[in-house]
Write a protein that binds this ligand. Structure first.
Ligand SMILES: NC(=O)c1ccc[n+]([C@@H]2O[C@H](COP(=O)([O-])OP(=O)(O)OC[C@H]3O[C@@H](n4cnc5c(N)ncnc54)[C@H](O)[C@@H]3O)[C@@H](O)[C@H]2O)c1
Length: 481
């Protein structure tokens, strides 16, 4: 089966590369020429463990290609994924301009020799499936092949009875069927999440689209493929549940999943803040209530708040959708508000420990919104750095992967980047763990303390053992403990 993927970001690139690994013939398209050039050379423009090797494998086998030319690239495809960004507008609404441009372009440039499935993989507001269907139709109206078929031969005019009959009989969906296939991969473990997902959701109003997508994903659903060395199959993983449903429900499943996960973290942070006041330890509390099967321990880590490219924008978009229907989603509003407040917690703890922030040197351990990625979108580190800079602090930072990305994307942030943890610690009045990178877990804290002006540690992810830090002479402050 031939596949076109439009947008080679975290989602499109991983999806296209994994489908090529499964033997599909894949062409990935992007408007970013720099990205496409890198990909054609076998280099990944994003940091994602195991991805670059799979890209190179696909290029060598000849079934993974990269291009900037949407029209000619997707023309052979049976299934076309739209995987462009849907970033938030200032109002919280999802910016659908990229989806719109792509849908129009597909309609405008597609040849009509076969029926194809256009799949919304981008996270899009409820109703977008129908909207994309309309946009494809608008694109088709500018498509020379479509117009020719609508009008027939040159002797017919567009309004002749024959042409009108022809137009009524021809429907865009005879050529382009829309489906929704929301993505649940997590950056940092995106390859594993693609090969071994918890479920695959397919939303469509037409059986043909559902069956096509099922067939496309069959090696994953039935787990019949030989896993790559970098992503071995988890023990006992034999099949993937498939949820087939209507378009609107599929779109809502994605928003509900992200809103629930964000709420779970905000809930843990709320409890952590109360723990701190009453003298309880959130780590113990979560261990106790997370063992309840109805609750589960995951996504209950208290810290400096959630971030990333999805939670904030998706919760905001869901709130916006609800308001469009005159419903005020109060729980979701609180999820966002608790998170906003939580981002200041590290700064308050620094004030408590150091009193004066002006002129102090603070070292941020980690910048990416979570470990194993270089993604800085809505990363708590950015808010913390901005806040401290405004207060007159000098900010140093060390992230094992994201230093360069931060320097390039946020040049206005006057951060001094360190090449390792020792460089970071030098002259610092305090360190703040913002991203829970594994390499931060077992360091020689006495040695690090010797490099610092003051031994203050704000553990914004509750990564460290307070007793070890105490023994190394640190004033340790975690979150909710
Ligand atoms: N990143 C994640 O972890 C994740 C997880 C699940 C779902 N999603 C959703 O998937 C979608 C994509 O997210 P992402 O993180 O991959 O975004 P991204 O910003 O990393 O990538 C989007 C890509 O689309 C390209 N693009 C924009 N307009 C284009 C056009 N007209 N033609 C071709 N390419 C175009 C951009 O150049 C960019 O490379 C979003 O809706 C997001 O919410 C993301």
């Amino acid at each position: 089966m031939k596949v076109g993927v439009i947008g080679t970001g975290y989602v499109g690139l991983v999806t296209g590369t994994c489908l090529a690994y499964l033997g599909r013939d894949v062409t990935c398209v992007d408007i970013d020429e720099r990205k496409i050039q890198m990909l054609q050379e076998g280099r990944s423009p994003i940091y994602e463990p195991g991805l670059e090797q799979l890209i190179q494998r696909g290029i060598q086998r000849g079934n993974l290609r990269f291009s900037t030319d949407l029209g000619s690239s997707v023309n052979g495809a049976d299934v076309i994924f739209i995987a462009v960004g849907t970033p938030p507008l200032p109002t919280g609404k999802a910016d659908l301009s990229f989806v719109k441009a792509v849908a129009h372009e597909i309609g405008r440039s597609i040849s009509l020799e076969k029926r194809r499935i256009v799949v919304n993989k981008s996270t899009v507001p409820i109703g977008s499936g129908n909207w994309v269907e309309m946009l494809l139709g608008e694109g088709l109206n500018q498509n020379p092949a479509w117009r020719e078929r609508m009008v027939g031969d040159a002797s017919e005019t567009q309004n002749s009875p024959l042409a009108v009959r022809r137009q009524n009989a021809m429907q865009p969906k005879d050529y382009l069927l829309v489906a929704s296939n929301p993505e649940f991969l997590r950056e940092g473990s995106a390859i594993n999440d693609t090969f071994y997902p918890d479920r695959i959701v397919i939303g469509a109003s037409d059986q043909f689209a559902t069956e096509r997508l099922r067939a496309l994903y069959d090696p994953i659903i039935e787990q019949t493929f030989n896993p790559p060395a970098s992503a071995p199959r988890p023990a006992g993983f034999t099949a993937v549940p498939v949820v087939t449903t209507d378009l609107a429900s599929a779109e809502m499943i994605k928003y509900a999943a992200n809103a629930f996960l964000a709420t779970k973290i905000s809930f843990a942070n709320e409890i952590a803040n109360i723990c701190e006041r009453v003298g309880a330890d959130i780590k113990e509390v979560v261990r106790g209530f997370g063992l309840d099967n109805r609750i589960g321990p995951r996504f209950l880590n208290a810290g400096v708040g959630w971030g990333g490219s999805c939670f904030g924008k998706d919760v905001a978009a869901l709130i916006d959708i609800a308001r469009e229907y005159s419903y005020e989603p109060q729980l979701l509003g609180s999820t966002v508000e608790v998170n906003r407040r939580q981002r200041n917690v590290a700064v308050f703890k620094l004030q408590e420990s150091l009193k004066i922030i002006k002129g102090k040197t603070i070292g941020l351990m980690g910048l990416a919104f979570k470990p194993e990625t270089d993604d800085l979108r809505d990363a708590p580190a950015l808010d913390i750095a901005r806040h401290l800079l405004e207060m007159g602090a000098r900010i140093k930072a060390y992230d094992p992967i994201a230093n360069q990305a931060c320097l390039e994307k946020y040049p206005e942030l006057k951060i001094e980047y360190a090449g390792d943890i020792s460089q970071l610690a030098e002259d610092c009045d305090a360190l703040v763990i913002v991203t829970e990178w594994e390499e931060f877990r077992n360091l020689d804290w006495s040695q690090i303390g010797d490099l610092m002006k003051n031994r203050v540690m704000i553990d914004g992810r509750n990564l460290l053992d307070p007793e070890i830090l105490d023994a190394a002479g640190f004033k340790y402050r975690g979150i909710g403990r």
